[in-house]
Write a protein that binds this ligand. Structure first.
Ligand code: ZN
Ligand code: ZN
Ligand code: ZN
Length: 370
């Protein structure tokens, strides 16, 4: 993971900024276990074990990583960033964490910490107010730095290559099952440099009307739409793009709807300038789709933040008044889904910058006949 290859200065800087937010939020201790905040702050990705791993960050003083002894060898030390306290199989790791957090009045807890760790900790730490770590780490994670944006762009370029292959017919569709094409895309995701495939949705014809359709044994036929939405994790950062294809001469109702979708997606990308509330980006896409009469068929938010996780803050959704900041990275992916007939979606990852929105996905946006 690139987060593991970053040097200690990167993590020290992130921890400094976390501590400033802890100060502002009156958080005495931050507890981070499995999940994505841990690699963000330390470079270490914990296996999702029942054995406790816990980064304990006091507002003042050194951070400590409490870790199962047998995992010790996997931790890359970051001098000055955190101390390591390995625990043995007969130790009580909860007591170690409780000791490190003793005296705290307000503790922020990672969203993805196992409930069992927190439940076991509660009797040790009484009269404590608990809050979610997303209030402390989330705003920092949303603002991607240069290295993170570069990682998102590299992952985006890799999936664009695959989109191009689909558009040129180099990954054939007709006569194959959705599952077969999905497996093919998955292999290409790895070959293009990702370590992990996160998903490869392939939905043909009426199946495309279900936004998260699970690729199955439906055979792709001639003269229908095929929606492909795929992404993986490359050096710690995620890719995610959607393109649609038509296996033959494009039907006129589909072409008309796609023109609306294309216009809506482009308008939302253009709207994604620094300072614009997230909900206004959603509205930019939604108003165009609604004006064309497809409003009832656009059944999800316009997008989600992306980074170490496929879906993270900020969400591009009505009600989210958070203004976009430079470094926010998120999907812009409106869709139109007509049940029983067809569906379509067009998705790019976009980074908000001081000089305007910058898409990291740049494959052809048209509905390509293959
Ligand atoms: Zn997607
Ligand atoms: Zn997405
Ligand atoms: Zn376009």
């Amino acid at each position: 993971m690139s987060s593991e290859t970053a040097d200690a200065a990167v993590y020290l800087d992130r921890l400094d900024r976390v501590r400033a937010t802890m100060e502002a939020e009156s958080v005495d201790t931050l507890l981070i276990s499995v999940g994505h905040d841990l690699p963000y702050l330390t470079g270490y990705t914990a296996m999702p074990l029942e054995r406790l791993t816990m980064l304990v960050v006091p507002r003042e003083g050194d951070a400590t990583m409490v870790i199962p002894g047998l995992e010790r060898a996997r931790v890359v030390e970051q001098p000055g960033v955190f101390d390591i306290v390995p625990w043995g199989e007969t130790d009580d790791p909860t007591a170690i964490v409780a000791r490190l957090a003793a005296g705290s009045k307000r503790i922020a807890v990672g969203d993805q910490m196992w409930a069992r760790f927190l439940v076991e900790l509660l009797p040790h730490l009484r009269d404590v107010e608990y809050t979610r770590s997303v209030d402390v780490v989330g705003p920092l994670r949303m603002r991607k730095d240069r290295a993170e944006i570069d990682a998102l762009a590299a992952a985006g370029a890799a999936v664009d290559t695959i989109a191009g292959e689909l558009q040129r017919g180099e990954i054939p569709l007709v006569g194959r099952t959705e599952a077969d094409v999905s497996a093919h895309i998955g292999r290409r995701i790895i070959e293009e440099g990702h370590q992990k495939v996160n998903f490869a949705i392939v939905a043909a014809g009426e199946n495309a009307a279900s936004p998260h359709h699970h690729a199955g044994d439906r055979v792709i036929r001639k003269n229908e739409i095929v929606l492909c939405d795929f992404g993986g994790t490359m050096n710690g950062y995620c890719s995610d793009t959607t393109r649609c294809f038509f296996t033959g001469e494009i039907a006129s109702d589909v072409a008309e709807a796609y023109a609306v979708l294309h216009e809506a997606q482009a308008a939302a990308v253009r709207a994604a300038t620094v300072g614009t509330p997230c909900q206004d980006v959603d509205r930019a896409a939604r108003s165009i789709i609604a004006e064309a009469g497809f409003g009832d068929y656009f059944i999800h938010r316009t997008g989600h933040g992306i980074g170490l996780e496929e879906h993270e803050d900020p969400y591009i959704v009505e009600g989210n008044e958070r203004p976009l900041e430079a470094g926010h990275a998120f999907s812009v992916e409106p869709g139109i889904y007509v049940p029983g007939k067809w569906g379509m979606r067009l998705e790019d990852i976009v980074v908000a910058t001081e000089s305007g929105p910058v898409p990291v996905n740049n494959s052809d946006h048209s509905l390509v006949a293959v």
